[in-house]
Design a protein around this ligand. Structure first.
Ligand code: PEP
Ligand code: CO
Length: 459
């Protein structure tokens, strides 16, 4: 392929773009606030608060994504479907970081390439919904749209969108970010000590031995490198972690869209890696207009309804300069659709000038509801979509470069199957998600190992 994969800092043309130019387009999935003046006052306050990330971190992630586009890194993005303010606490944050670290260790070891680690955290507080309202026992209220907008309890007060939540969302994101940075800088992610990342509830896991062997083998490799170089490998003490969220609430995103000294252009400083959800990916819509002008690397969810023309227009609009490191396409087809829906999109991306990183989200196309009304996903279908994605890219001269997962470090039972073969009856035991069902620690680690073994089997 002749596409540029080397990262070169380029400025998008941004013709006619302003941080608020999205407001002249149709914006799907936005909250309706009862008091417009209160919203404006809060947005003014938000605009004066410090940003959550920096432009140089954003550009260093872009460089890593360019390396992943060239096949030299694997991209791992994971975390809650929806973070909640109530779970902005040390245990939840640490456990989630532990799973992501363990998965990235399994992937680095198995794929023999560095992993780009991106959390779905420090801002994943806004959710798209299939309906604007929800009805229970004859009472109709606004749908829950994430903690950034309203509260999940089913009362008229809780479901009323409240702009003060934007300030709380910014605060919780910043507390999460601060704690993650402190953990990483303090040696929590030190490759010499993978035992720091063990979660107590998995000591008896069916996967514990396999993971231990892997961690031991990596420990030996680290020692070997240090022995022959005669130096302690300092860079292994700290790993990079980036943040991401669905940039759905455009007023919130706009308030944190800034210019910075010694850089050209505009950055979204709420997060390193914002993405556009499937329901808001209309090329002529407000979200695509907003994303067009920011310099961050960006993700777009592509579902089974997306065709080659849609993809081509998205790439032309969002990456007119064909910049490396800019575009991440996250496909979420469902295990039963991927074989027919993915190949035309792979070809469309190959025909475009834009380099892309292909990432598989095997969660959102495989959601189902049990006969007792619980939203779940079968591990078998998740795994099967992931394996087919790896295979299909390979067959079509492309490469799957990453995984996008909903997971948690808590001992939850939200998806069925996996090493412990959770059944439907187990779902009642520890179902905590407020929106979509997540992989628990064991299922997440098992998936990382299965990704490695699928890549090993490719010819
Ligand atoms: C999500 O990632 O939580 C989500 C809503 O995904 P999608 O836009 O792919 O449906
Ligand atoms: Co979700």
């Amino acid at each position: 392929m002749s596409k540029a994969t080397e990262y070169v800092d380029t400025l998008p043309e941004n013709i006619g773009w302003q941080p608020d130019s999205w407001q002249s387009r149709q914006a799907q999935q936005q909250a309706t606030y009862p008091d417009a003046a209160a919203l404006q006052a809060t947005l003014a306050e938000l605009s004066s608060l410090p940003p959550l990330v920096t432009s140089w971190e954003i550009l260093s992630l872009k460089k890593q994504i360019a390396e992943a586009q060239a096949g030299n890194r694997f991209f791992l993005q994971g975390g809650d479907c929806a973070e909640s303010f109530a779970e902005c606490n040390s245990e939840v944050i640490t456990n989630r970081l532990k799973v992501l670290l363990q998965m990235s260790l399994a992937l680095t070891h198995g794929l023999q390439k560095p992993v780009v680690r991106v959390g779905r955290f420090a801002g994943q507080y806004a959710k798209p919904r299939s309906s604007d309202v929800e009805t229970r026992a004859g009472l109709t209220l606004p749908s829950y749209r994430g903690d950034l907008v309203n509260s999940v309890e089913f009362t008229p007060e809780a479901r009323q969108p409240d702009p003060r939540r934007l300030i709380q969302g910014h605060a919780c994101s910043s507390m999460t970010m601060n704690f993650v940075r402190a953990l990483v800088d303090g040696g929590f992610a030190d490759l010499h000590h993978p035992e720091y990342w063990n979660l107590s509830w998995v000591e008896h896991s069916p996967l514990a031995d396999e993971f231990q062997r892997l961690a031991d083998s990596l420990g030996r490799a680290v020692n070997f490198m240090e022995t022959i170089s005669g130096r302690r490998a300092g860079s292994l003490k700290r790993v990079d972690f980036y943040t991401s969220h669905e940039a759905l609430h455009l007023h919130y995103e706009q308030a944190l869209t800034r210019t910075v000294p010694r850089q050209q252009g505009w950055f979204n400083l709420t997060t390193h890696f914002p993405w556009i959800g499937m329901r808001t990916a209309d090329v002529d819509g407000a979200h695509v207009e907003y994303f067009r002008g920011i310099r961050n690397p960006i993700g777009i969810k592509v579902g089974p309804g997306a065709d080659a023309t849609h993809l081509r227009r998205l790439l032309e609009t969002l990456n007119p300069e064909s910049e490396a490191g800019r575009m991440v396409l996250i496909h979420r087809m469902g295990a039963s659709h991927i074989e027919t829906t993915l190949p035309p999109l792979i070809r469309a991306a190959q025909d475009s000038d834009s380099p892309v990183l292909w990432v598989c989200d095997p969660m959102h196309g495989n959601t189902e509801t049990t006969t007792s009304g619980i939203k779940t996903r079968r591990f078998r279908n998740i795994m099967s979509e992931m394996e087919m994605a790896i295979e299909l890219h390979h067959q079509h001269g492309s490469q799957l470069g990453g995984a996008h997962l909903e997971l948690t470090g808590e001992d939850v039972t939200e998806c069925t199957g996996g090493a412990r073969n959770l059944g439907e009856a187990d779902l009642k035991r520890a179902y905590k998600s407020i929106v979509d069902p997540r992989l628990n620690y064991e299922q997440a680690l098992e998936l990382a190992m299965l990704i490695v073994s699928k890549f090993e089997k490719l010819d």
